[in-house]
Design a protein around this ligand. Structure first.
Ligand code: CTP
Length: 407
């Protein structure tokens, strides 16, 4: 069996990429480029059928390595390519994996180089299926996929969408960027396996009238990065998000909201079953007291808006009788640590992440300081994905192993 142990990271430095016969093979060219950019050495092995869709020359140029197809290749040093090529691989990924090739894997057939490599391997196997909707839905394919999963093979995708045959449905191979994401997620130690995490992210919008609103400059990038990495670390993630331009992270349950009131309602609806609550959203502290049902007309006079405070969602959660592990964010523009520590005490939080607004809002990078009962932990400026990873590792190290809550 090649099941990934729950907390054992698989560091993929050398990958055998198997390409089988399917129109999605054209995406494999871009996928190889992304893998190489990521510092992964890629050895491409193609089936004969794959040659009808993409040439070995293309794959060789992109991977920088000779492409193999045939069992009896004299160019392989010990004459045993099925041993030689998989010996040093950290994983084998078949993308695209045709319905036929998947069936072959299930039966342990070894009638060409790629299927033999899969059988003779001692490393994880991942497959990215790509086929017509009806082929994917066919009971035979579904049986085969279930068997592959039972054998410890990781299945990436497929996606739903327009297909080369003109139909629309499930069966499309995941896009190269998504495949890379899934491959990186596969390598992540599953420190949060079995944990339920609720996050808020992005800004809120408080209506003044039907066409105007009060909002802020939050992009949602930090919250989305945390949601994505938490999911990669094995958590079951619910993301309650204000309006952003970001794509929802794969595998995360997304609840779209607009105002602070809606965010509060969405959070309270599912918080009881959560192990961790991370409040990243830049929630409006005030909202118009009397939003107008009609557009407010311009006049020569100055206009005064009366604002009333919104409910502090984080405090509402942290003061529940049995709160989840609550993590707050403090966006400060000055006296970072003093203000942040006061906020942590006021909101009764085991952990608070402090950052300077001018340093992080809307950017792809951030530098933060974590405040908890042990003191301060500084995370130097880094991409938000990296900060998210370190933060979640820190949270995982602080969690008591507790029995799973029931909804
Ligand atoms: N927060 C919240 N609900 C609110 C306001 C804030 O849940 N109505 C949460 C934020 O998501 C964040 C933390 O409280 O995790 C701190 O938010 P921040 O804006 O830094 O602090 P405030 O409590 O709003 O205080 P101030 O604006 O005075 O700094």
């Amino acid at each position: 069996m090649h099941n990934q142990a729950v907390d054992t990271p698989v560091a993929i430095k050398k990958l055998v990429l198997g390409i089988t016969g399917g129109i999605a093979a054209y995406k494999s060219a871009e996928f190889v480029r992304l893998l190489v950019k990521q510092g992964i050495a890629v050895q491409v092995v193609m089936t004969e059928a794959a040659h009808h869709f993409i040439t070995p020359v293309t794959m060789q140029a992109l991977s920088g390595k000779r492409v193999y197809t045939y069992m009896w290749d004299a160019g392989i040093p010990n004459g045993m390519p099925h041993i030689e090529l998989s010996r040093e691989a950290d994983a084998i990924l078949i993308a695209p994996a045709s319905a036929d090739f998947i069936a072959k894997l299930v039966h342990g057939r070894a009638d060409d180089l790629l299927s033999t490599l899969c059988l003779a391997r001692d490393c994880p196997l991942l497959v990215a299926p790509a086929m017509n909707r009806q082929m994917w839905e066919h009971p035979a394919t579904q049986r085969n996929i279930a068997q592959l999963l039972a054998d410890g093979v990781t299945v990436l995708g497929p996606e739903s969408g327009e297909q080369a045959c003109g139909e629309t449905g499930l069966g499309r191979m995941s896009e190269p960027e998504a495949l890379l994401d899934m491959l990186l997620a596969f390598q992540q130690p599953k420190l949060l396996q079995g944990k339920r995490i609720l996050l808020t992210a992005g800004p809120t919008i408080e209506a003044i009238d039907p066409v105007r609103a009060i909002t802020n400059f939050s992009s949602g990038k930090m919250g989305y990065a945390i949601a994505r990495v938490a999911q990669e670390m094995g958590a079951e993630v619910t993301l309650v998000s204000g309006p952003t331009r970001l794509a929802p992270p794969r595998g995360v349950a997304l609840v779209n909201v607009s105002s602070a009131g809606q965010m509060l309602e969405a959070v309270m609806q599912c918080v009881a079953s959560q192990d961790i609550f991370i409040s990243v959203a830049a929630v409006a502290d005030y909202k118009p007291a009397n939003p107008s049902a009609q557009k407010i007309k311009k006049s020569e006079q100055s206009l005064t808006l009366e604002l009333e405070p919104t409910v502090d969602i984080l405090s509402a959660v942290s003061s529940l009788p049995q709160p989840p592990f609550c993590v707050g964010f403090a966006a400060e523009s000055e006296q970072l640590l003093e203000h942040a520590e006061a906020k942590r005490k006021r909101k009764r939080l085991p952990l608070l992440v402090a950052n300077l607004v001018q340093d992080s809002m809307g950017r792809d990078e951030a530098g933060v300081t974590l405040l908890d009962d042990d003191g301060h932990h500084v995370f130097a400026r880094a991409p938000k994905m990296e900060i998210a990873l370190k933060l979640l590792q820190h949270i995982a190290s602080r969690l008591q192993p507790s029995p799973r809550k029931t909804p």
